[in-house]
Each structure stands twice: as structure tokens, then as C-alpha cells.
Design a binder for this molecule. Structure first.
Ligand code: FAD
Ligand code: NAD
Length: 465
């Protein structure tokens, strides 16, 4: 059996693990990373990137269809648009393939030793990796667990056949004629909207009384309106009871206890993701847990000395950029730098139509935290750029402390608003006040002017409403 020793071993090459390994190697640490599937993890291979490729395709196609149907205020004429779905998928695969290879090359360039195979702890300092050519033992001073997450399976809807998770939905060989989506959270809505635009008859079943229950009703209202315009049926307060005898229909129960049958060619289950805490020898360790997740402190240290955990395996929000920021921090800690988790906010973007961005505290969260607040909201209907984009639905909302005007949170909903998440995150992270935002020159005509206007509104002197 081959053996290697190193200062840092990272298990999992998703956004958390690969960033940690690259940064550690940059800092001169002798680093090994183990990955059993593809470099880039969930995000790059079966998550963030392929979903956004499909969403973008669906957007373009829906625009073409709307133009062909004469539903186009700009006067563009298009004749009979079509879609070659195999080509869409090949294009998407090309992107994920290039990015995954890019991660492999970045690791190599940084000097990280990559081992392909499944890692299994023998003890707190030793890991055995099953590789194609046999077992490899890695002894490390420090080990980072970055094993990520997997889709939650409902007991009455086991994955297989026509019951699919996001992974299969992102690699379908054919467009389904009809799609039932269970769960109107991030994935259900992002993919449900995309498949509806591509021509599938989509029905979404959500147990709660609202779509995206994580966000407040005002933020999700433009998305609900768009779902209706796209002909997506949304059944709120509805739960799946079972699968019908033939396996091609769901039996669902609404809030009044009424049962109906919902037939669909494919059934996409998107009711959350669960941390991967099994299959890598956790039983050989003594790691404290926090519910389903590995418990970590503000330096991503677990309850065992020398073992860190980062990314989805450590808790919510399960987002790629949180995993990356943790990975970067842990690499620096292992290199002897003084770091701890001191982020004010983690931006969240839902790539629905329109897109939703949230950074920091919502008005309700700020009040619950005991703040007296000022709130300013500016609608895109009053923004010139939004009008020229023919996308006037949505708004920017700024939440600030009433006493000193410190910006506590920013939420927005609108077409293409994901790109404003950076300016929102910077504003919260840098501790700006309403006056800083209002006093910054925002280029005209851009949707970002809505941000300055929302701050002015909170100060009582918006210019354009
Ligand atoms: P993962 O990316 O899950 O990586 C973990 C890696 O560990 C995997 O490659 C796995 O093979 C490997 N591994 C596990 N066990 C072992 C073992 N024993 N030995 C060796 N290797 C092992 N987040 C966003 O921020 N923005 C988005 O737009 C977004 N869109 C998404 C869309 C979809 C459809 C999905 C499913 C997720 C999306 N996410 C998005 C979430 C994002 O993908 C995750 O938050 C992110 O991938 C977490 O990174 P990670 O490094 O913790 O784990
Ligand atoms: P989610 O937690 O976002 O949403 C799950 C939804 O399913 C909720 O609305 C919940 O009420 C509903 N639900 C749960 N059980 C149900 C049942 N039995 N019947 C009907 N509805 C039920 O989960 P997800 O959409 O699977 O996404 C998982 C995670 O992946 C997200 O939390 C997020 O961290 C990450 N993600 C992020 C992005 C992004 O950043 N744009 C995109 C996709 C995924």
C-alpha cells in the first residue's frame, strides 16, 4: 500500500475543498486533495453552473417564442423558433467540462497533489483512499472535510426512473412534455421556470403557503406573477402523499385534506439537500454534530484537533461562495495566519425570473433582532434602464438602522439583478450608511440607480418617485 504524508489533506474538491487546497498551496503548505468524482463538486458539475446554462438557454428561447407570437414591445419579428435540446446539453456539458478541467489545472499549477478516489478516515490523522490502482494512505497534520451535500429523497418518492433529482434534471436526453416539481425552493423554482420556458407543462407542489418561503412575500410576488404568465400551475399548502399505482402520477393532498392525482412525464423532487456525513468514516472519529451538520466554530474547527470542516457539510446557507470563503479562511489558518469568520453577510441570489437578491437583514429580521429601522424601496417601474430592458417588474429595498443609518440589509427583485449582488454585499460588508449609498454616483442609465434611490427614499428624499 502506497503512503504519503502532508501538512494538509482536503477531502472533496467542490468549491470549498478546491479553493482551500489552492490557497494553502499558494501559502507554501504541502497539500493533498482527494476527490472521488469530478473536480468542481456539485456546484460546477451538477449544480450552479449547469443550471445557469439551462436557465439562460430557456430565457433566450422564451424571448424568441414571445417575439414569434408578436408579444414583443420592441417590434422585433422572429419566425418559428425551435430548440435543439441535444445541442443545448452538449453546450452545457462543454462548459462544465472546461471548468472542471480548469480546476484540475489550477490545483496542479498551485502545486497541490490530487488523488482520485474515495477517502475514508482510519483515525484523526490518517485517511485511506480507494483509487483505481489500489489503496493509498495519506497521513496529514491537518484534515479538511469538504464532502458537500446530496439531494434529499422523499420516502414515498425514491429516486429512479421518472422520479429525478436536480442531477438528472440537468442531464435529460429529451425535454419532458410535462414536469411535476415537488418543492418551490431555490432549485424547484429555478429549474421549474426554465423547463416551462423550454415548453414543458410544469406543475409545482409546495408544502408551505408561499413559494420560496425563505424570502418575504413582497420579494417573491414578481416571481409568482411570472409563473402565472408562463402557465406554471403552483399548488401551495400541498403535500405529496404517494405515487399512484402506475408510478407516473403523484397523489397530493391540499391544505383542506383533499386528495388529487397529478400526472407528469417526469417528477422532479427538490425538497432540500442533506450534508454528506456518511461514507467517509465519520464513525472512526469523535466529531460533535449540530443536527445533521458537522459542528464548527468561527475558524471552521471541528471538535477534534486538526480536523476542520467547510461548505455544505457544515450548515446553512448551502451556497458555493460560503464554502469558498470558508476554504480560503481555513487555508490561511493552517498557514498560521490569524483568521476567523467575521463576515457581516453572505449574499444569496435566486436565479428565478425575475431574479431575487438578498444580503443581510430583511425588515422583519432587523426588527426581530431589536433594531429600530428605516426602509427605502424603489420600484424598477421608475427606472429608465429597466424600461429600456422591457423589465419593469421588481424593486430595490434598503434596510438601515434608524439612529445612525447603518445599512443592515438590501433585498432586490428584478431582471438581471444578480449582478447587483456584489455592490449590495460590498455596501453591507463595508458598513456603509444610507448617506454613503445615496452620495455615491451611480452610472446612468443603470438599474443600480435604483439602489441609490432606495437609500434616498429611506432618507426621505428620493428624486425619481
Ligand atoms: P460539493 O460541491 O458538494 O463538493 C463536495 C465534493 O466532495 C464532491 O465533489 C464529492 O464527490 C466529494 N466527496 C464527497 N465524499 C467524498 C469522499 N469520501 N472521498 C472523496 N471525495 C468525496 N450555490 C450557489 O451559491 N449558487 C448557485 O447558483 C447554486 N445553484 C445550485 C444549483 C443546483 C441544482 C444545486 C444542486 C446546488 C446549487 N448551489 C448553488 C449549491 C452549491 O452547489 C453548493 O453550495 C456547493 O457546491 C457546496 O460546495 P462544497 O464544496 O461544500 O461541496
Ligand atoms: P430549498 O430548501 O431551497 O427548498 C425546498 C422547498 O421544498 C421548500 O420550499 C420546502 O417548503 C419544500 N418542501 C419540503 N418538503 C416538501 C414536501 N414533502 N412536499 C412539498 N414541498 C416540500 O431546497 P432546494 O431547492 O432543494 O435547494 C437546496 C439548496 O441548494 C438550497 O437551500 C440552496 O442552499 C442551494 N441552491 C442554491 C441556489 C442559488 O444560490 N441560486 C440554487 C439552487 C440550490
Amino acid at each position: 500500500m502506497k503512503e504519503i504524508t502532508c501538512k494538509l489533506l482536503v477531502i472533496g474538491a467542490g468549491p470549498g475543498g478546491y479553493v482551500c487546497a489552492i490557497r494553502a498551496a499558494q501559502l507554501g503548505i504541502d497539500t493533498v486533495i482527494v476527490e472521488m468524482a469530478k473536480a468542481g463538486g456539485t456546484c460546477l458539475n451538477v449544480g450552479c453552473i449547469p443550471s445557469k446554462a439551462i436557465i439562460h438557454t430557456a430565457d433566450d428561447y422564451a424571448h424568441a417564442v414571445a417575439m414569434a407570437a408578436g408579444r414583443n414591445p420592441m417590434g422585433i419579428r422572429v419566425d418559428s423558433p425551435g430548440i435543439d435540446f441535444m445541442r443545448t446539453m452538449a453546450w452545457k456539458d462543454g462548459i462544465t467540462g472546461r471548468l472542471s478541467m480548469g480546476v484540475v489545472n489550477l490545483l496542479k499549477k498551485a502545486g497541490v497533489k490530487a488523488v482520485v478516489g474515495r477517502a475514508h478516515f482510519r483515525d484523526g490523522k490518517t485517511v485511506e483512499v480507494e483509487t483505481e490502482t489500489g489503496s493509498q494512505v495519506v497521513r496529514a497534520e491537518n484534515i479538511v472535510v469538504a464532502t458537500g451535500s446530496a439531494p434529499v429523497e422523499l420516502p414515498m418518492l425514491p429516486f429512479g426512473g421518472n422520479i429525478i433529482s436536480s442531477t438528472e434534471a440537468l442531464s435529460l436526453a429529451q425535454l419532458p412534455k410535462s414536469l411535476a416539481v415537488v418543492g418551490a425552493g431555490y432549485i424547484g423554482l429555478e429549474l421549474g421556470i426554465a423547463f416551462a420556458k423550454l415548453g414543458a407543462k410544469v406543475t409545482i407542489v409546495e408544502a408551505q403557503e408561499r413559494i420560496l418561503p425563505l424570502y418575504d412575500a413582497a420579494l417573491t410576488q414578481p416571481v409568482a406573477k411570472r409563473l402565472a404568465a408562463l402557465g406554471v400551475e403552483v399548488r401551495l399548502g400541498t403535500r405529496v402523499k404517494n405515487l399512484s399505482g402506475g408510478g407516473d402520477a403523484l397523489i397530493v393532498e391540499d391544505a383542506n385534506g383533499e386528495e388529487t392525482k397529478l400526472g407528469a412525464e417526469k417528477i422532479l423532487v427538490t425538497v432540500g439537500r442533506t450534508p454528506v456525513t456518511e461514507g467517509w468514516g465519520r464513525e472512526e472519529l469523535e466529531l460533535d454534530m449540530e443536527g445533521r451538520f458537522i459542528r464548527i466554530d468561527d475558524q471552521c474547527r471541528t471538535s477534534m484537533r486538526g480536523i476542520y470542516a467547510i461548505g455544505d457539510v457544515t450548515g446553512e446557507p448551502m451556497l458555493a461562495h460560503r464554502a469558498m470563503a470558508q476554504g480560503d479562511m481555513v487555508a490561511e489558518i493552517v498557514a498560521g495566519r490569524r483568521r476567523s469568520w467575521d463576515k457581516r453577510a453572505i449574499p444569496a441570489v435566486c436565479f428565478t425570473d425575475p431574479e431575487i437578491v438578498s444580503v443581510g437583514l430583511s425588515p422583519d429580521e432587523a426588527r426581530t433582532a431589536g433594531h429600530e429601522i428605516k426602509v427605502g424601496q424603489f420600484p424598477f417601474a421608475a427606472n429608465g434602464r429597466a424600461m429600456t430592458l422591457a423589465s419593469e417588474d421588481g424593486f430595490v429595498r434598503v434596510v438601515a438602522r434608524a439612529d445612525n443609518h447603518l445599512v443592515l440589509g438590501i433585498q432586490a427583485v428584478g431582471a438581471g439583478i444578480s449582478e447587483l449582488s456584489a455592490t449590495f454585499a460590498l455596501a453591507v460588508e463595508m458598513g456603509t450608511r444610507l448617506e454613503d449609498v445615496a452620495g455615491t454616483i451611480h452610472a446612468h442609465p443603470t438599474q443600480s440607480e435604483g439602489f441609490a434611490e432606495a437609500a434616498m427614499k429611506a432618507l426621505g428624499h428620493a428624486l425619481h418617485i
